[in-house]
Write a protein that binds this ligand. Sequence first.
Ligand code: CO
Length: 186
Amino acid sequence: MIGNLNHVAIAVPDLEAAIKQYQTVFGAFVTSPQELVAHGIRLAIVNLANTKIELITPLGETSPIAKFLERNPAGGLHHLSYEVPDIIAARDQLTAAGLEVIGDGTPQTGYHNTPVLFFNPKDCLGVLIELEEVKTTLQQGRIEITSAVHTGYHSEKSSLEGVEGVGIRVDVDFRVPTPEDNLEEN
Ligand code: CO
């Protein structure tokens, strides 16, 4: 059901120090800090090739992450954000499975102007989970290499008949994956 990991959010007590560490120690590209007054945070984004890390720090007295930093004064993993194509359908599926949505279940507008919802860490292996509706999210597919063929193509296309070479047959299964697909077959 979930698509890509959109971002990992790390709450930090000192945003400038965190930016400097990611730039100079980890050698990453980090955006300039932005103030998101409506969300009570300042953040900078570490852009990685396959995802983003959001460095977030409280802004103002009523910041939602102030309490988190009281419990984790050195900073810590605050939440993971997964992309879903339909946030209402995803919410209903997760709440039916017994996960507690934070708030009244109405999606809020997140930092990226997309609808977001959070799920209680107590139901998610101790990690706060954010769902973010991204219409273009890639869903998990299943690609299975079923056989490797070392001489000649195996193809339905008559135009390839008789062509010598090295070929790999790839069967792609476009079924919608079910939870059972993730179970080990033993
Ligand atoms: Co987030």
